[in-house]
Design a protein. Sequence first.
Length: 143
Amino acid sequence: MNGVAFGVGLSMILPFDRIVAAHSARFSVRFVKMGLVPELASTYFLPQRVGFGVASDLMLSGRTVDGTEAVALGLADELVADDGLLDAAVARARSYGENPRGQLGWIKQLLTTNASDPDIIGVQQREMALLLQCFESPSTRRP
C-alpha cells in the first residue's frame, strides 16, 4: 500500500492476507467525516486486524494514520521504504505462491471461518476434515 487508503479504499484491503505499507502510506476509515457508516464488512475485518478498541477509535474519529502507525496498530503488517514496496510485496507473494494451491485455499478458508467461531470443537472438526483431505492430496509432501 502506497498513497492513500481512505474509506472504501481501506475497506477493500482489510481482508487481504498481508498488507505491506510504504512509509508514505496514509490510512483512514473516514466514513463518519462524510456522515456515512462503514461498508464492505469493514466493521468485521477492522476489529479482526486491530482489535475492538483501536477499530472503534479509528471509525469513530475518522482520523488518518501514517504507515508507521498503521503497522504499530496492526492495520498493516509490514513497513518498507517507498522505493522498496513493490519488491517487498512481490517477495512475500512469491513465498506464499511456492506452496500447494489447494492447501493455501483451505488455510484461507479455515482462517476466515474459524477466526470468530467460539465453538472450539467445530473449529477442530473443520481443521481435521481438511487435514484428512491433505493426506489424500498428491501435493502433500511426505518424508
